[in-house]
Design a protein around this ligand. Structure first.
Ligand SMILES: [Zn+2]
Length: 426
């Protein structure tokens, strides 16, 4: 059967922007027309009225934690994917810090099988850089690539040994696996629970300095320059990191970077109430850092907005601030927080879509875009719709969001993966 998405404003960065009809058959886009001819000639078709809405390539979140295998009480692949499609994401890339760590073919295949069984968002496993993510021995990249891993990362842990990181970059390049780097100097960050600065001092909490991130960003840029291998910097939170990446890009070092909505929305001032849903790693930084991250998004230094969706159970988060685990969820609020940047004139709608779909696809080598012949991964959004965030209604198993009760604007209306409608807003 033919499906027609009719009358929406279709935006595919660098390709399309205008009111068009998209024709979908057998999971693929078969035609895109501007002349309203969807009215005739296709009697068997199912029509989705998208008038007044925006039709975009499905969002891709290149940094999520789905917690399965091993921590199914926090989130499962199925619940994480349901959260993803509710947020407009048609693809998610899941980090390897599960139990066991995704450092071998068996775990990668398990994740892919579970993802297929869930049957909603596409799940792309990110395998570990080192066995057990302990930073000692490299994983078998050829085997992981063949099994379906799309990148490698020891996320949650830095690769402290620079010699091992050099080898990882060289080896990963051979197998065309991008390396995603969690930049943190554990010795500098040791004991810290929030951003180092006046707020932490006032609260009597141990701080994590900006330099614990940027020193590793600078190292990874140096190693990328040495090896010619691409490195992607995860969750950029500091002014110094933005500066280092901007400078590296002017020298054509193959570095790319992501930040997360909380870093361009919140600051460490939000930690003042000791709300453990304001605790993540890297931590919320100063207003200068937030400004630098926004500037980095605006000028293209930061290529991607990813969520670093990190589910924890309410029991784990209902403890003293210094004891709570790091991490917050983000799949169901990311789009609205991104649209805030459009309202504020920091990004255009097109550049927001680039950062949430086109660029992650380019970095990871995934199929993407509203192009005839491509798989129909499509998100329809209402960019104006106001709503109040209610964590109790989240599809995620977790509730650890700092944005509960916030009034936001812009919602996913419909999510389609491979031509199949997997989510529709009620
Ligand atoms: Zn990380």
């Amino acid at each position: 059967m033919l499906t027609v998405i009719k009358g929406g404003r279709v935006i595919d960065p660098g390709n399309l922007d205008g009111v068009m009809d998209i024709f979908i058959k057998d999971g693929k886009i078969v035609e895109i027309k501007t002349d309203g001819s969807a009215d005739s000639g296709y009697p068997e078709s199912k029509t989705i009225d998208a008038s007044g809405k925006i039709v975009i390539p499905g969002l891709i979140d290149m940094h999520v934690h789905l917690r399965e295998p091993g921590y199914e009480y926090k989130e499962t692949i199925e619940t994480g994917c349901r959260s993803a499609i509710a947020g407009g994401f048609t693809s998610v890339c899941c980090m390897p810090n599960t139990k066991p760590v995704n450092d071998c073919k068996a775990v990668t295949e398990f994740i892919l099988t579970k993802g297929r069984e869930a049957g909603t968002a596409r799940v792309y496993p990110v395998a570990a850089i080192s066995k057990g993510s302990t930073g000692e021995d490299l994983c078998e990249y050829g085997e992981l690539r063949a099994a379906g891993a799309i990148a490698v990362s020891d996320d949650g842990n830095p690769v402290t040994n620079s010699r091992l990181m050099r080898k990882a970059l060289e080896k990963a390049k051979e197998y065309q696996l991008p390396v995603i780097s969690h930049c943190e100097d554990f010795n500098l960050a040791a004991g810290g629970v929030m951003n180092e600065g006046a707020v932490a001092a006032g609260m009597g909490l141990a701080g994590i300095p900006n330099v614990s991130e940027s020193i590793m960003v600078l190292r990874d840029i140096a190693l990328s320059e040495l090896t010619g291998a691409a490195v992607h910097i995860a969750h950029v939170s500091t002014m110094e990191s933005v500066r280092a990446i901007r400078d590296a890009k002017t020298r054509d070092v193959p570095v790319t970077a992501e930040t997360a909505p909380h870093y361009f929305t919140l600051t460490d001032a939000s930690v003042k109430g000791y709300n453990t849903n304001m605790k993540m790693n890297p931590p919320l930084r100063s207003s200068h850092d937030r400004e630098a991250v926004r500037q980095g998004l605006a000028d293209g230094t930061i290529d991607v907005i990813a969520t670093d969706h990190a589910p924890h159970s309410s029991i784990e988060k209902s403890v003293e601030f210094h004891q709570a685990p790091f991490g917050i969820i983000g799949l169901e609020t990311a789009l609205s927080l991104g649209l805030n940047l459009v309202d504020e004139g920091i990004l255009t709608l097109t550049s927001l879509i680039e950062k949430m779909s086109t660029n992650p696809a380019r970095i990871l080598g995934l199929e993407n875009g509203l192009i005839v012949g491509q798989q129909a991964d499509i998100t329809i959004i209402d960019s104006e719709k106001p709503y109040r965030v209610n964590a109790d209604t989240f599809k995620s198993l977790a509730r650890n969001t700092p944005f509960d009760g916030w009034d936001l604007r812009g919602k996913t209306v419909l999510t389609m993966v491979g031509g199949k409608i997997v989510y529709q807003d009620q």
